[in-house]
Every structure is written in C-alpha cells, then in structure tokens.
Design a protein around this ligand. Structure first.
Ligand SMILES: [Zn+2]
Length: 351
C-alpha cells in the first residue's frame, strides 16, 4: 500500500484511472494477452477496492488523503498473504495456466521504394490503413502535361515563412526537417502551417514527362487536419537564358540552405538532431511563384488523399555535388507516377 500513501489526491486518482484503462484494453485484447493483468491484480488490492477506499476517505472529509491497508474493504486480505484473488465459490471454468501464450512472431515488412514485398505495388497490402495507396483515385505524384493544364488567374500562394531552429532527422526514407511554429502559407483564403519539409531523388512529380534531379516537399497542415503540400523542383541545370551569367561555367553554386542541411544530417537514422543552427525555408523558394495545382495525396503510406498539391513551375538550383551527397544516402526515393485519371490540373498565370 505504500505506493498509494501520502500521494496527492489527483495523483492517486490518475493512477487509478490508468489502471482501469489498462484493464479495459486488456479486455479487448485476444485471450492470449489476458493472463498478464490478472497476475498484477493478484499481487495487490483490486481497483474496485482502491476506488471504494478512496471514496470513503473523500466522503469522510478526513483532510489528508492517505489510504492504508485498514481502509480497504474488510475481507480483502493483505496483498502478500493471498496467492489468488478469485472467489473460491466460482467454478473454475477453463482457468488456463497463467503462462502467457507466446504470439507467433509476425514478419513485419517495411515499405520501401524498391520492388519487392514492401515495394510501391504492395504498399496497400502492408496494412489496411494503406488502402488508399491502391484503391485511391487521386494519388500522387503525377505527370503534369503542361499543354493540358487549365490556365487560370489564381491568387498567388502567400508564403509567410520565418526562420526556425534546425531539427533534422534521417527517418530511413528521406532527410526530413521539422519546422518550428509560426510559418504558414495562405492558399485560397485558408491558412496552413508549415510542419516539415523533406526531399526526394529524383523529383516525384514530372513536368511533360521529365523529372528533375530532386524535389523538396513542404508539408503544411490546416487546423482541421487537412494537408497542403508545395513541391519545389530542384535542378542542377540552369536555363540557357541564365547560363551566360555563369562565366562559361555551367555548374551552379549550391543552395546555401541545402548545404547547411547536408552538413547537419545525423549520423544515426531515426535520431532527431537539433544543432544550434537557425534556418530559413524561404531559401528553398524560387523567385518566380507561378505554380501548377491539383488534388492529390501523400506520396508515402498511408497515401492519404484530399491533399491540395502545388508544384512550383520554376525550380531552384542546386550543385551537382549537393545532389550527389543526397544520392549517397538515398539514391532513389521517389514513388512511381500515379494515374491522373480525370483530375484537373490548373496552371497559374500572371504570378
Ligand atoms: Zn514527399
């Protein structure tokens, strides 16, 4: 009983409610799992007894809420004295030995970009939460055929980004940056918060059948839970019109934010690093804010749909060395193109 002595009332109540919750979960679990909670109950007073004792104390208004063994309903022996709390009178119906049944080890297949059991064709079979990966009708990425895009005068995306402390992780699928609060994009009058951004190689989305060297996906979420993703294509090949400024050298200078990120990629996968560095995601945006937009999905399991997708028409430029460095971690982490179906793709004009 010492565990419950001299604890603040709220804490005791919390412990009790936790115990009840864990009991409820155990009840829903398959029979194999039920042996464990019983063993716990046998080693001390039952939840009901503790609740009753607690209520008694509260009703008496005895000030300090301290529960002693004596406060428990009579007939409940001290915990250590009793090996089995089940009333003897009840016939023992198939009381299985307390030995927990070992679950068959389930072979967990991780999703992957490579063909095989975990490959893109099989994502849906890896769990029912991934059903949209196969059954969905508005999946991403798609090829954008510029000639077929509907040209429309649409409001520009309003990027309200501010600097953030760096929080970076190699999650086993990409290099991902968690972005601090307070950076938003406004699209069609709705505000979405920038949550994270990450990279794919090559770009997942294609324009007229071409994929660029890489893409940055800026993932935003509205407070109603819906997603908006901005794709910024990344290319090592500047357009011919700007090449003459490069003094005969076709290689563009690297992007400084990309360099900062690559410098800080954690050595250990899955470990979130927060080096003392401040970054500004504005450095990933092209000067020209024209875009294509369509309704798509998350491009990784669970392939959630109704994601408002924006693909910036103009890429940002990165150095071949920067692409090569990402290639050393993830040579290919792009989902295959998905059928566009009868979806509309709109192209912004005039911004
Ligand atoms: Zn992505």
């Amino acid at each position: 009983m010492n565990t419950y002595s001299k604890l603040p009332l709220s804490l005791v109540a919390m412990v009790l409610s936790c115990m009840m919750v864990s009991k409820a979960i155990a009840n829903d679990a398959p029979a194999a799992a039920s042996a464990k909670p019983k063993a716990v109950a046998a080693s001390g007073p039952s939840d009901d007894d503790l609740s009753k004792a607690l209520l008694n104390k509260i009703n008496k208004g005895s000030g300090d809420i301290v529960i002693r063994t004596g406060d428990l309903p009579t007939g409940n022996p001290p915990p250590q004295a009793k090996p089995e709390t089940k009333p003897e009178a009840k016939p023992k119906v198939a009381k299985a030995p307390a030995k927990p049944v070992e679950k068959d080890p389930i072979e967990v297949v991780q999703w992957t970009y490579m063909d095989g059991p975990g490959g893109p064709e099989n994502w849906a079979s890896l769990g029912k939460e991934n059903l949209a990966c196969m059954k969905g009708k508005s999946q991403s990425p798609i090829n954008i055929n510029v000639d077929r895009a509907v040209k429309a005068e649409m409001a520009p995306l309003e990027f309200l980004y501010r600097p953030s402390p760096l929080s970076i992780v190699d999650n086993g699928y990409t290099v991902l940056v968690n972005y601090g609060e307070g950076s938003n994009v406004i699209a069609e009058g709705r505000q979405y918060r920038l949550v994270q951004f990450h990279f794919h190689k090559p770009s997942e989305e294609a324009i007229n059948g071409d994929r660029t060297d890489m893409v940055a996906h800026l993932v935003h979420q509205h407070h109603d839970g819906s997603f908006l993703e901005v794709s910024v294509l990344m290319s090592t090949k500047p357009p011919a019109s700007t090449r003459r400024y490069l003094w005969g050298n076709d290689e563009v200078k690297g992007n400084s934010l990309i360099q900062t990120l690559w410098n800080n990629v954690p050595l250990v996968k899955g470990k979130v690093e927060t080096p003392p560095v401040v970054i500004d995601v504005n450095q990933l945006l092209p000067a020209d804010r024209g875009y294509f937009t369509y309704m798509g999905s998350l491009s990784t399991p669970p392939c959630t749909e109704n994601v408002l997708r924006y693909v910036m028409k103009t890429p940002i430029y990165v150095s071949p060395e920067q692409v090569k460095n990402f290639d050393r971690i993830y040579p290919m982490n792009a989902r295959p193109l998905q059928p566009k179906g009868d979806r509309l793709v709109k192209e912004s004009t005039g911004n």
